[in-house]
Design a protein around this ligand. Structure first.
Ligand code: M6R
Length: 600
């Protein structure tokens, strides 16, 4: 959600900024812009729409070795050119890009900007106008910047240029991600290392409430009170091939195909030389000392949490509650005496989850984050982290992160059970390896799912997914996947719940996709399929070997019953993918969505 790139160095900034913004497209945006310091002053180029359009707009004559760029996902004000970033102060001296939400922008406007003509409807413009007003009483821009930043409330990642000082990029961060990339004769600023990996693999993290002065050969980090901060750069361990589509038409399809490899990466990462699970002793301790676990997440990660609840309750015998983060922060339930919080987040930056993390840490509770991005905010602020090892996930629709989350939750559950001397009678790593092979069998049969998508969803305006037990949780995820990329109205339901209301929506030809992978509920879900078929539904059953019937649309290869979500979801991902293709949708960048949702 929103992306920032900044460059200061010896080469042309334009390409670095545009290429960087392209790499941040996956985060979701609806307008984009760059600002360059040139011999003609600060030149801005902004468009509503895609980076391609911005490329066309940028004047090839604009030579500059310093600039800032931004992709905007609209929060305050419509997605148009006026509201697109960068924003400029009244005199044109200061130009700024911002991610996040300034909560006190109305108050700041009234207190400081009564006489300023604001041109946009954004909270961001308030910041840049504020810097200009405050700069009138300071000789140094650094002092004005610091003062302005210190009165902001809310979340922000900011990069600013001062036309009168083409040697410094002014940077600040609070609750929104931002990194400084260190180069030889240049430095960069980016929301995500992926944006500038072509320039450098050396990065410095910025912590909340720090400001940074980025110059060509030097980076100075300070706390808001002026105290200097010394921080060593780290090497970003992202492979360039992970962030390129290669021969794939879409990142989503590439990421669906990567799932078996991700399973194997997870197996390798979590086993020791004796083929046993290896988790940090502190995590084991936290898992066995708590009396209840609260899983907090959003969207697809929440759905993975539901599957994780089954593992943790059945295998490790710990009571689990799974909560949608945005609800939990405002409606906190009565907590147990020794709670442990598990945050599940692909990006590790989701603002709704972070709001809960901040609250529970203030209450003195322990937190474990399961994330794909080491060094992300949720990872840094929790007590412990388990890494997903899924590699960068670029498509907005989460696929490989979901299955990685389920695999890591399974490992965590088995490890805790072992620590509690609970006998399980199966080898989890071996079962995961079997599931990885089964996933591969599915991704090798794409044509089947392409046909199913055409037969059931090509012209449909709605679809229902049903299941029981973990199949119900996968049905929720299947519906989300279909909705977000194909815009078909879809819902996931517990099979037995349909007759309590939703069945009223079933008419002749309504697609109802049922999952049957759990022996103990096979009979019951089959009954639910009959109920909707009798009312005209176009039913499709995906079952598992051993539970299959002749009319089933697809039979999944056999895996450990607890791990069936890992394979059944692959069929759902592929069906959603092809349904979106049939409808001509932008699969990787669905409308209105952002990859990493960094506002509450
Ligand atoms: O990065 P996170 O896992 O915290 O993101 C949570 C949701 O925003 C995310 O899972 C979203 O639902 C996906 N785009 C769905 O495919």
């Amino acid at each position: 959600m929103c992306g920032i790139v900044g460059y200061i160095g010896e080469h042309q900034a334009t390409d670095v900024l545009l290429n960087g913004l392209e790499k941040l497209e996956y985060r979701g945006y609806d307008s984009a812009g760059i600002a360059l310091v040139t011999g003609r002053g600060t030149e801005q180029f902004k468009v509503k729409g895609r980076i391609d359009a911005l490329r066309q707009r940028v004047d090839g004559q604009s030579q500059s070795t310093m600039g800032i760029g931004h992709t905007r996902w609209a929060t305050h004000g419509a997605p148009n050119e006026t509201n697109a970033h960068p924003h400029q102060s009244e005199s044109g001296r200061f130009t700024l890009v911002h991610n996040g939400v300034i909560e006190n922008y109305q108050a700041l406007k009234e207190d400081y900007l009564q006489d300023v003509d604001l041109v946009s409807s954004t909270d961001t413009e308030i910041i840049v106008q504020l810097v200009e007003q405050i700069s009138k009483k300071h000789e140094q821009t650094a002092a004005a910047f610091r003062e302005a930043i210190s009165i902001l409330e809310g979340s922000y990642a900011i990069a600013m240029i001062d036309q009168e000082d083409s040697g410094t990029l002014y940077v600040a961060k609070n609750k929104s991600p931002l990194l400084i990339g260190i180069g030889d004769g240049f430095n960069v600023v980016a929301s995500d290392a992926m944006a500038t990996l072509k320039e450098t693999d050396q990065y410095v993290e910025i912590e909340d409430q720090e400001i940074v002065f980025v110059q060509r050969h030097h980076v100075t980090i300070e706390k808001l009170d002026g105290t200097l901060v010394n921080r060593i750069p780290y090497t970003a361990e992202i492979d360039m091939t992970d962030i390129e589509k290669g021969t794939y038409p879409h990142f989503m399809l590439k990421e669906i195909d990567e799932q078996p490899i991700v399973m194997r990466n997870i197996i390798n990462a979590y086993q020791n030389e004796h083929d046993e699970l290896r988790l940090e002793p502190e995590i084991r301790e936290a898992m066995t000392q708590c009396d209840r676990i609260y899983i907090i997440a959003c969207g697809t990660s929440y759905h993975a949490g539901l599957v994780g609840k089954t593992f943790l309750e059945k295998l490790a015998r710990i009571p689990i509650e799974v909560h949608v983060a945005s609800e939990f922060s405002y409606n906190m339930p009565l907590l147990s005496e020794k709670p442990l919080f598990i945050f599940i987040s692909q990006s590790g930056e989701t603002a709704d989850s972070r709001a809960v993390l901040v609250k529970v840490k203030e209450m003195g509770h322990q937190a474990l984050t399961i994330t794909n991005v080491s060094g992300s905010t949720l990872s840094r602020e929790a007590d412990y982290t388990l890494h997903l090892h899924a590699g960068p996930e670029i498509a907005v629709a989460s696929t490989k992160a979901y299955t990685a989350q389920i695999a890591v939750l399974a490992i965590l559950a088995v490890d805790t059970a072992t620590k509690k001397d609970i006998t399980l009678g199966f080898n989890p790593l071996q079962e995961l390896a079997i599931a990885a092979n089964a996933m591969e069998m599915l991704t090798d049969q794409k044509a089947v799912f392409e046909d199913l998508a055409e037969a059931y969803l090509d012209v449909s305006r709605n679809a229902f997914f049903i299941g029981r037990g973990t199949d119900y949780y996968v049905a929720l995820e299947a519906a989300l996947k279909l909705k977000e990329i194909s815009y078909i109205q879809a819902g996931g339901f517990a099979g037995g719940e349909l007759k309590h209301g939703t069945i009223a929506l079933i008419e002749e030809g309504t697609p109802v996709i049922a999952l049957s992978t759990q022996k103990h509920v096979n009979y019951a879900i089959r009954g639910n399929v009959q109920e909707v078929a009798a009312r005209g539904a176009n039913t499709m059953v995906i079952s598992t070997k051993g539970l299959d019937e002749e009319t089933d649309a697809f039979v999944l290869p056999e895996v450990h019953e607890l791990l069936t979500p890992l394979v059944s979801v692959v069929t759902m991902q592929l069906i959603a993918y092809y349904a979106a293709l049939y409808r001509g949708c932008d699969v990787d960048k669905p409308r209105n969505l952002a990859k990493s949702v960094t506002v509450e």
